[in-house]
Design a protein around this ligand. Sequence first.
Ligand SMILES: Nc1nc2c(c(=O)[nH]1)N[C@H]1C(S)=C(S)[C@@H](COP(=O)(O)O)O[C@H]1N2
Ligand SMILES: [Mo]
Length: 528
Amino acid sequence: MDTLASTGSAPPSGTAATLSKRVAALVGVLSVAAALGAGHLVAGFLDPSASPFLAVGNSAIDLTPTWLKNFAVENFGSNDKLVLLLGMAVVVLLFAVTAGLASRRRATPGVVFACALGGLGILAVLTRPDLGQVAVLAPLASLVAAVVVFRGLHRQAMARLSTSESEDPGGADDSRRAFLRTSTGVAVGAGVLGGLGQVLADRVDVEGSRAAIGPLKAAVPAPEIPPGADFSAVGTPKFITSNAEFYRVDTALSVPRLRAEEWKLKVHGMVAREVEFSYADIRSRPLVAKTVTLTCVSNEVGGPYISTADFLGVPLRDLLLEAGVSPLADEVFSTSSDGWTAGTPLDTLMDPKRGALLAIGMNGEPLPVEHGFPARMVVPGLYGYVSATKWLVDLEVTTFGTKTFYWEDRGWARKAPIKTQSRIDVPRGFAKVPAGRVAVAGIAWAQNTGIEKVEVRVDGGPWQSAELSVEVNNQTWRQWRTFFQLDKGSHRAEVRATDRAGYTQVEQRVDPIPDGATGWHASLFTVD
Ligand SMILES: Nc1nc2c(c(=O)[nH]1)N[C@H]1C(S)=C(S)[C@@H](COP(=O)(O)O)O[C@H]1N2
Ligand SMILES: [Mo]
C-alpha cells in the first residue's frame, strides 16, 4: 500500500515538485510541535513526567557522563536544568527543520524522522524507573500526532505547489489559503493541547496540600541559636539559611508533586515485619527539631553547596526499630517517588547520638516542595547523595552491594562521610577592600565531629588562629573571623580547619569525585 502524500498529490507530469525550504521546514517544525503538545496532553492524564520532552530530558540527565554533569553543575549551578531544557529545545528544533528539509519532494524521510523521535520518547518512558507501562501512551500519542500531521501538512503543501503550477490562479489561492489555515490550526492546536496537559499536570495540588498542614510543633525543640553563632555582620552567611536560599541539588527536571494526604512510606526488606507510615502517622508522633548543615559532595573547594536549617521530624532509628532490622543487614536503600536512590549505612541511622531524621519540617514550615515535600531523610555527617533522599517513599533494609544506588552507579563512592572543610567568604575572590585592618572570615565544617580550630594566613605568612563563633552543635557549620593589617596591593588569604578528631585539612587539591573535594580554599583580593 502506497499512501505517501507525495504520490497522492503528484504534480503535473514532467515537473518534480519540490517544496520551498521555508515551507518544508515549517512542516517539520509544526509536526514536532503537534507531537509535543499531544504527548504533553496524554501525560497530563497519566503522569506528568511521561511527557516525552521531560522523559527524554530526565533520561538525558541519568545518562549524562559524570564529567559533563560536573561541568554543568559547576558552570550553570542551579540553572543546569534550564540550560538542559533550552539545549534540548534547540536540538529538537534543528531535528524538526532537518526532517522538513529532507522531505522537500517526498514525505517519507519526514515520516522516518517522526518515527525515530517518537521511538526515542517511547524508549525514554519505558526506561524511567518511576513510570509504569501505561505511560508509554504519551510518547505513542506524540508519534501518531507527528506522523499524521507531517503527512497531512506535506500533502497540502504539495497540493499547493501543483495548483500554483496549473493554469487556474483561483485554485492556487485556495490551496495556499488551505495550507495556511491548516498550519495555523496545527500551531494553535499544539499550544492548546500542551497547555491543557500542563493544567492536568498541575491538578495535583501540592501547594494546597502543603498549606493545609498547618503549624508543626516540636515536642523536642532545637536549642535557640545563640548570639554570636555567626559573623554575618562581616559578611559570612546567616547561621540559618532561609528556605529560599538553601542550596538545591537533585536530578528532577520537574519537581515531584506528592500530596501529604496520599503519601506513604514503606519500610521493608531484611526486617521482622514490614511497616507503612502515613503522613498523619508521622506528624502525630513527638517531633524532634535539629539544626543540621547539609553538604553536597559535588561542592568544589570554596563552593556554595552547603546550607544550614532547623529540620523537624522523627528519628529514623525509631521507624527502623519498629520494623525490626535483621542483624545481617548493613544498608538502608532509600527510594524517592521519582526513582532516585541512595544507600546509607544502617549503623549510622541506628545511632541515637547521630539522630538521623525522617524530616517533614524545615525552618518552621512543612518541607518546601523542592526540598522533598512531604518527607525526606536528613542524616548529619553524610553527603546528601548517600543520605538525604527527598520525596522519600521507600526504605529497604538490605546489605551493601545487593543493589547499587543512583550515584554509586555513576562512579561515586559507596560510603561518603562529609570531609572537614573550610571556606573564605570575605574578602571574596577579586574583591577590593580598603587598606588597614582587613577582616578575613568564613565558615568551616566537620559535621558530627566538630571544629576545633581554624587557621588563616595571608601571602604565605605565619598561620594565625581565627576567632570561632559560638558552637551550636557539632552537626552544623562553625563560623570564623580574624583580622590582618594589610598594605595596598594584591593579597592571597588561605584557610585550613582542624576538627575535634585532630585532623587538619591538607593543602593538596582533590576533585569532588569520588567522595568529596579536599584542599585549602584561597582568596585573592586587592587592598587599595
Ligand atoms: N529524590 C532525590 N533526593 C535527593 C537528590 C536527588 O537527586 N533526588 N539529591 C541528593 C543530593 S546529591 C543532595 S546534596 C541533597 C540536597 O538537598 P537539598 O536540595 O534540599 O539541598 O539531596 C539529596 N536528595
Ligand atoms: Mo549532592
